[in-house]
Design a protein around this ligand. Structure first.
Ligand SMILES: Cc1ncc(COP(=O)(O)OP(=O)(O)O)c(N)n1
Ligand SMILES: Cc1nc(C(=O)O)sc1CCOP(=O)(O)O
Ligand SMILES: [Mg+2]
Length: 220
C-alpha cells in the first residue's frame, strides 16, 4: 500500500535564528493557523538533546492538529521522536538508509539541486523532492546557484514524485512557482521572519491557490 502523502501546499522549514527571538512553537502554531500544511524541524546549531526537546514540544502540538513533522538531516532524531519523516540532502545519509531505518510508513524527502541529482531519486524510496534553490536565498549559506522557474518546470516534468520548491519563495512569486509545476512551496524566511507569521502563511496559502488556478487555466 502506498504511503499517504500529506498536503504539501505550504511547507514550513523552521529556523530559530531567523525567527526574531520568538519561541519556535509560537512561530509554528501561528503558521499552521494561517495555513501551513507541513513543518520541517531544521536545527543547524543546537545540540542533539536540544533538538530532541524542541521536536517533542512540536510533536505534542502538531499531532492533534494532524500536521506532519519532518526532521531535517537527522534520521536518528526522527526515529527517537517518532516523527512523520525526514528530509535529507545530497550530502546527508542516503535516502535508502533513511528508509531502511525509519520503515515503510515514514515520509522521506530528498533535495534536488539540478538535473545531475535526478538519478539519486528512486521513487520506491523517496516520497517527495525539495527542488531548489529556485531564487537566491539568504537563509542557507551553502545553497547552490538558483535554478529559476524554467528549470523548475523542466525538473518537475522529469521527477516521478511530488515536488516542493524552495529558496527565495515569497507570497509574491509563489503563484509563478506553482504555475511552473510545483506541488507546494517550502519557505523559511517568508514565514519565520515575517512580522506576523499567521498572516504570512495565509498569504502563501492564497498564493498557492492562485498558482493552481493559473496552471489550470493555462493552455497545455
Ligand atoms: C523541503 C526541503 N527541500 C530542500 C532542503 C535542503 O536540504 P539540504 O540540501 O540537505 O540542506 P539543509 O537544509 O540540510 O541545509 C530542505 N531542508 N527542505
Ligand atoms: C533550507 C533550504 N534549502 C534550500 C535548497 O535549495 O535546497 S534553500 C533553503 C533555504 C530557504 O529559505 P528561504 O525560504 O528563506 O529562502
Ligand atoms: Mg540536509
Amino acid at each position: 500500500m502506498p504511503r499517504r502523502m500529506p498536503d504539501l501546499s505550504v511547507y514550513l522549514v523552521t529556523d530559530r535564528l531567523l525567527s526574531r527571538g520568538r519561541a519556535l512553537v509560537d512561530v509554528v502554531l501561528a503558521a499552521i493557523r494561517g495555513g501551513a500544511t507541513v513543518v520541517q524541524l531544521r536545527e543547524k546549531e543546537g545540540s542533539a538533546r536540544e533538538t530532541l526537546e524542541l521536536g517533542r514540544a512540536l510533536l505534542e502540538r502538531l499531532r492533534p492538529l494532524g500536521v506532519p513533522l519532518i526532521v531535517n538531516d537527522r534520521v536518528d532524531l526522527a526515529l527517537a521522536l517518532g516523527a512523520d519523516g525526514v528530509h535529507v540532502g545530497q550530502g546527508d545519509l542516503p535516502p535508502e538508509v533513511a528508509r531502511r531505518l525509519l520503515g515503510p510508513d515514514a515520509l522521506v524527502g530528498l533535495s534536488i539541486t539540478g538535473a545531475a541529482d535526478l538519478p539519486t531519486l528512486d521513487p520506491a524510496v523517496v516520497d517527495y523532492a525539495g527542488v531548489g534553490p529556485i531564487f537566491p536565498t539568504g537563509s542557507k549559506a551553502d545553497a547552490t546557484p538558483a535554478l529559476g522557474l524554467e528549470e523548475l518546470a523542466r525538473l518537475r516534468r522529469l521527477l516521478p514524485v511530488p515536488v516542493v520548491a524552495i529558496g527565495g519563495i515569497t507570497a509574491a512569486n509563489a503563484p509563478a512557482v506553482i504555475a511552473a509545476g510545483a506541488d507546494g512551496v517550502s519557505v523559511v524566511s517568508a514565514i519565520c521572519s515575517a512580522d506576523n507569521c499567521e498572516v504570512a502563511a495565509s498569504a502563501l496559502a492564497q498564493a498557492v491557490r492562485e498558482g493552481r488556478a493559473r496552471r489550470a487555466s493555462s493552455p497545455g
